[in-house]
Ligand binder design. Structure first.
Ligand code: DGJ
Length: 724
């Protein structure tokens, strides 16, 4: 029997981490799960609790914090590296512990004296949000370069009862497409090599246990805070547990470390919840809220946007822009964003990127009169840019064709007629900084919509080396430099819609453009996926035109606005073309959004699915004392009577008063569901008193409604149920 082992423990409010510590090898993963008692330990060394199976190595090698190939580990290794073919097998022979904050944050330094390298892993468990942030750093201590093929940001243990994984696939115009896979003995892997976070493969997932659902059951989540290539793998281990590795996918040669050099992984943001995936969402929202870099240190109420893209596309003409701004201000828009089409020779998507000055033909007097007009109307001015890109048809490319990422001997592969600039070159970053900074210095611009409309291919740096990682790091540096020079400016991360949404870019930005698809039916689905990881206040959600430009489907103004309402609300249509009734309706929703945003953008979000085609979202304070329930009927019901909606987040010991919430000035709309006596009761000044236990277990009545309609109910706790 070995001497009593040492255990390292981290505890947050509702979760704990336990590692078994060794002085001469990597620590073993013993636990990541719901909160243990302060003094709980596994009691014995893991190796002493399990006899060696037949025909295995004579030495038990359990899952460690950095499982490595060299010590008889046959699963995926957290590190794959070599020195010119040598030192290919790593084994840690020393482990030093550095506590950064007692019981909360520590760094483990694992050294391999034979392969001459050290991996330092930092783990921080946030007391309140239950979010565990892990990152790894590899140091090449040898005197020759080390080629790193894979370095996991973290390896997490998952208990054997896990049975499914919810991840997100997608495409341009349908991000966050939920995909549920069964875990098995086969390796589960999702990987993106597109050079950006991607529409197709969101770097995050939720692993569930049997019976887990939206509001109950044990679930595990992880997300890589990184805007480039990535890979995640879940693999079953010989002891029935799973290991979950997550990290940056390195292109061949990209991980070459010179003697003495090191590489730091992105952060892995992970959490566990026994309150289902809504519980997990709350943890991720709390973590993201803590890291958002708001100007002035705190979020201002999210202003209503009007974005010109779907109203004007490239046809930017000053008179039209001014008229649109007038119409926008008249319905209550607070920030007017001039999208693509304003800069040099940008008459279509084939020219101009890189030439960041106003097009002299379209805007002979520059941006100043537009900015002044918009601000004169009481709105902020925002501007679209796509700094990392260049069109071959541009002054910039003519002057510096070598500034584009490229590989000698290979064709320049364009996408949307554009190439990607090598912004890791100081002269390129300086050029962009100077042009963007000049725009921000010359005009009171409050907001940049920072776009990025293509995947990276042949992303070669000048000497022919891969530049995917360098590009992401250079982007973060450029954003940081601009934000330091112009700290009041907010930035949106857009990438053909939602191709760059992650906790990494959100260290430097304040909003994301969730999708280029503004069709409200598609958006319901996209936004539900989004809300699994990100809070509603950063979710750009606009009311688009009917029929929707991207799908051709038509929905009512009320439905479009009700779907956009919970996010960072905006308008993406030509409000001048609306008939007076539509304009008034939209204005009413804008007024409602302004009233509700303090409650929509704090506290908790719950997403749910009712029976028979209903989906709903609730937003309220953390204890669900005051909740806004948005109910969407997506399809016509298949039952004569719609089944009630069970609302698990409410308190079974309380009563709730319920009112219908309608946009300002709205008549209670006609229609079979709105004329039901239930809605009569919800519209009385005193509302309708309902029992919490009834709402949790039986449910809120949901009158029959037509497809693509929505209604909003406010539920306010109104005291405890009287003792029987
Ligand atoms: C892609 C974005 O997602 C759109 O909103 C718009 O800004 C266009 N780019 C402009 O080119």
């Amino acid at each position: 029997m070995r001497p009593a082992p040492n255990f390292l423990t981290l505890h947050s409010q509702r979760s704990s981490v336990v590692l078994e510590l060794f002085a001469d090898e990597a620590p073993q993963w013993r636990y990541w799960g719901p909160r243990l008692n302060e003094s709980t330990t596994p009691g014995m060394a893991l190796r002493d609790t399990r006899p060696l199976p037949s025909f295995t190595l004579d030495f038990d090698q359990p899952l460690t914090l950095v499982p490595s190939f060299g010590v008889g580990w046959f699963g995926q290794s957290a590190l794959l590296a070599h020195r010119d073919g040598r030192d290919f097998a790593q084994a840690f022979d020393h482990c030093a512990v550095e506590w950064l904050t007692p019981a909360r944050s520590l760094r483990l330094h694992l050294s391999d004296s034979v392969a001459a390298l050290r991996v330092s892993v930092t783990l921080t468990l946030d007391a309140d949000s239950d979010v565990l942030v892990i990152r790894s750093e590899l140091h090449n201590l040898g005197d020759a370069p080390l080629d790193v093929q894979w370095l996991a940001a973290a390896t997490l243990p998952l208990p054997g009862q896990c049975d499914s994984v919810r991840s997100y696939a997608g495409q341009h115009m349908h991000e966050f497409l939920l995909q549920t896979d069964r875990l098995s003995r086969s390796l589960w892997r999702r990987e993106s090599r597109r050079g950006r976070t991607s529409h197709d493969c969101f770097p995050g997932a939720v692993v569930t246990t049997p019976g887990a659902g939206a509001d109950s059951g044990l679930v595990f989540g992880a997300h890589l805070a990184w805007s480039g290539n990535h890979q995640q793998t879940i693999e079953q281990l010989p002891d029935g547990r799973y290991q979950w590795q997550f990290g940056e996918w390195l292109a061949p040669g990209e991980g070459r470390l010179a003697a003495g050099a090191s590489i730091v992984t992105p952060e892995l943001v992970a959490s566990v919840s026994d309150a289902g995936w809504n519980g997990l969402a709350a943890n991720f929202h709390a973590e993201l809220r803590a890291r958002l870099p708001w100007p002035g240190g705190a979020m201002r109420p999210r202003p209503v946007h009007l974005n010109t893209w779907e109203a004007m596309y490239f046809d930017i003409e000053p008179g039209q822009v001014l008229a649109l701004a007038d119409a926008a201000a008249a319905i209550g828009v607070e920030r007017f964003v001039l999208d693509d089409g304003w800069f040099h020779s940008r008459h279509h998507d084939r020219a101009g990127l890189g030439d960041w000055w106003p097009d002299p033909d379209k805007l002979p007097d520059g941006l100043a009169p537009l900015v002044a007009h918009v601000r004169g109307l009481g709105m902020e001015f925002g501007l679209w840019v796509e700094p990392e890109m260049v069109n071959p048809d541009s002054d910039l490319f003519c002057a510096h064709p070598d500034w584009a990422l490229q590989l000698s001997g290979r064709p320049l592969l364009t996408a949307r007629n554009q190439l990607v600039l090598d912004i890791s070159r100081p002269e390129v970053a300086d050029y962009l900084f100077e042009h963007l900074s000049a725009l921000l210095a010359e005009h009171p611009i409050a907001y940049l919509k920072w776009d990025h409309n293509r995947d990276l291919t042949t992303a070669g740096l000048q000497p022919g080396l891969p530049g995917y990682r360098a590009q992401v790091l250079a982007l973060y540096a450029l954003l940081q430099r601009l934000r330091s020079a112009h700290p009041a400016v907010e930035i949106e991360s857009c990438s053909g819609g939602g191709g760059r949404i992650d906790f990494g870019i959100l260290r430097h930005t304040h909003r994301v453009w969730t999708s280029d698809c503004i069709d409200a039916v598609s958006r319901t689905d996209i936004q539900r996926g989004f809300l699994q990881f990100f809070p509603p206040e950063i979710m750009g959600s606009h009311v688009g035109t009917a029929p929707a430009h991207t799908t051709g489907r038509t929905q009512s103004m009320d439905f479009r606005a009700a779907v956009a309402l919970p996010g960072h609300f905006g308008v993406e249509l030509d409000v001048r073309r609306l008939d007076p009734l539509q304009r008034q309706t939209l204005g009413g929703w804008i007024t409602l959004y302004k009233q509700l945003r303090p409650r929509l953008h704090h506290g908790r979000t719950w997403c749910g699915q009712g029976d028979d085609g209903l989906v709903w979202q609730a937003h309220g304070d953390v204890d669900a004392q005051d909740v806004l329930l948005l109910v969407y009927r997506m399809q016509p019901g298949s039952l004569r009577h719609a089944p009630p909606l069970r609302l698990a987040m409410l308190d079974t010991q309380a009563h709730y008063r319920a009112w219908q919430v309608l946009p300002a000035g709205a008549e209670r709309p006609d229609g079979p569901h709105h004329t039901a006596p239930f809605f009569d009761a919800l519209n009385r000044p005193e509302g309708l008193l309902l029992d919490g236990a009834w709402l949790v277990h039986s449910g809120l009545p949901t009158p029959r409604a037509q497809a693509e309609t929505a209604y909003i109910v406010r539920l306010q706790r109104s005291g405890a149920v009287a003792a029987p």
